[in-house]
Design a protein around this ligand. Structure first.
Ligand code: GLN
Length: 537
């Protein structure tokens, strides 16, 4: 049976619970345990698929096609395990399941209630997610005290009764704010938030305190005394220059030892953190810096392109350069001059997105990069706009779209497939999750992967239109990757260009700090070369 680490948050949201959960996972895995992480989101949406990137940041897609909270991305990057639909639950998912069962008569006419029906359903999902593991880490989204989080807190309280107190650890992530006027750190919000947890019957074993200033031992003792935990269980997480330092910092303070001790697990295996130390060292200390323009349409929200940003840094870590990412609002490239706006860039990345707003700016960016031999990487919508730009400006195919204007189909080189057209009234179908892709020998993509058969994750409706393949190839575009089973174009590239690759899939979702995605690695490599050439000239 799995043991459980429950992670709650107090005082304010955005404390980095996801990073704490991911880092804890890294450490436990390095101590020889089989671990995974489950995210609980107390919102009513059934999944993150319909959530607005401006409000909620990126939607993370798993191999099995689940559209999930971006914290699952942190988990995969930290624990280097592939997660699935069962690693993400929301209030919406739980309620719709319980209500479906009620309609079916499964409760035999009994009164269906939050306790025990909702709380039981939550516990069953937690147990299912933990099957076959040594430890399941469960992160409860939101902040203790939120109305919508209560059934989840009650469920994890009951879990201790269900599986035994010795098999669960409660870890509470809280804020210890620094008051500028008083020039000191304050423990009161932490005390109150722990009181709130205890009021509902959860006694935290470990407190992870987020601070901007170092905490002295006296402060830790005070928190320990008021919150009823041993002083060594008060762990400090200062704001770090990189999140990848968090596992190292938590280990130095003994977090993994503490969890193992609480769970009665062996502490014999010493974790080898050399790969993380190397990641941090390279991230912080690489002498050169590459400037990447991220030409997107959701650039105001810092998390809208989270995995892309992380994957760019992974490429930098691997290539031994720092990556300076400059967000460029794609609409600005419609009114302003792309040459002026983009001239700083050693590489240009056009990420995914939905809707027509800003696509002409993406097309202008693609044209600028193609004509000036600047490394260009297009992802999903980015790749689609590269194809449109090429069709228009190189192949001189200026056809108007035959049907009504679809968001991404501003040129028929990108289209909805016939089978999807029929389903349009239902919102169309999205290609979601992992699909195999075969690479063409001798292409830059094949060289980057070092392998001809890959699998990558998708999240899109539109596809490259095969009716245009030949004409674009005649114009010099190379089709470098194909989903053979569906005869779909997955990767385009320009052999004569420094580095010009567009892919229909989201490679960023599979990139890891210790194992960068091949295309991001290749893109940063090309951008670094471009930068050095520029400096020498
Ligand atoms: N809007 C485009 C499509 O649906 C691209 C989607 C994306 O970039 N994720 O195909």
């Amino acid at each position: 049976m799995a043991k459980y680490v429950f992670i709650t948050g107090g005082v304010v949201s955005s404390l980095g619970k996801g990073i704490t959960a991911g880092s804890t996972g890294t450490l436990l895995k390095k101590r020889g345990l089989k671990v995974s992480i489950l995210k609980i989101d107390p919102y009513l949406n059934v999944d993150a698929g319909t959530m607005n990137p401006f409000q909620h940041g990126e939607v993370f897609v798993t191999d099995d096609g689940a559209e999930t909270d971006l914290d699952l991305g942190h988990y995969e990057r930290f624990i280097d395990e592939t997660l699935s639909e069962k690693n993400s639950i929301t209030t919406g998912k739980i309620y719709s399941h319980v209500i479906k069962k009620e309609r079916r008569g499964d409760y035999l006419g009994g009164t269906v209630q939050v306790i025990p029906h909702i709380t039981n359903d939550i516990q069953e999902r937690i147990i299912r997610a933990g099957e076959g593991l040594d430890v399941l880490i469960v992160e409860i989204g939101g902040t203790v005290g939120d109305i919508e989080g209560q059934p989840f807190l009650e469920a994890i309280r009951q879990m201790a009764v269900r599986v035994g107190r010795e098999n669960v650890v409660y870890c509470h992530v809280t804020l210890v704010p620094y008051l500028e006027a008083a020039k000191e750190l304050k423990t009161k919000p932490t005390q109150h938030s722990v009181q709130e947890l205890r009021r509902i019957g959860i006694l935290p074993n470990i407190l992870v305190c987020r601070t901007s200033h170092p905490m002295d031992q006296g402060m830790k003792n005070k928190i320990a005394l008021f919150c009823d935990v041993p002083p060594e269980a008060v762990i400090e997480v200062k704001d770090e220059p990189t999140i990848y330092n968090v596992p190292v910092s938590l280990h130095r303070q003994g977090l993994d030892d503490l969890i193992l001790k609480n769970l009665g697990l062996s502490r014999d295996i010493e974790p080898d953190l050399s790969d993380w130390l190397r990641v941090v060292d390279r991230y912080m200390n690489s002498p050169e810096c590459v400037n990447i323009a991220l030409v997107g349409k959701y650039v105001q929200h810092k998390d809208a392109y989270l995995s892309v940003v992380e994957a760019l840094h992974h490429g930098g870590i691997s290539q031994g350069v720092r990556v300076n990412i400059v967000s460029v609002e794609s609409e600005d490239l419609e009114s302003g001059s792309p040459d002026e706006i983009l001239k700083f860039a050693d590489g240009i990345l056009i990420p995914g997105g939905f809707g027509v707003r800003g696509v002409e700016g993406m097309i202008n960016a693609a044209k600028y990069a193609r004509e000036n031999n600047v490394p260009l990487f297009g992802i999903c919508l980015g790749m689609q706009m590269m194809a449109v730009e090429f069709a228009r400006n190189v192949c001189k195919l200026h056809e108007a779209h035959s049907k009504e204007m679809n968001p991404a189909t501003i040129h028929p080189v990108i289209h909805l497939m016939e089978e999807q057209e029929n389903l349009k009234d239902l919102g169309g179908t999205m290609r979601l999750g992992a699909y195999p892709c075969d690479l063409v020998e001798g292409t830059k993509a094949a060289q980057a992967y070092g392998n001809l058969h890959i699998s990558e994750r998708h999240r899109h409706r539109y596809e490259f239109n095969n009716a245009y393949r030949e004409r674009l190839e005649q114009g010099g575009l190379k089709i470098a990757g194909i989903c053979t089973e569906r005869n779909l174009v997955e990767i385009i590239e320009l052999p004569e260009h420094n580095w010009y690759i567009g892919c229909q899939f989201h490679g960023e979702l599979k990139s890891r700090p210790v194992r960068p995605h091949p295309l991001f690695d290749g893109f940063i490599n090309a951008s670094a070369k471009y930068m050095r050439n520029r400096e020498n000239n």
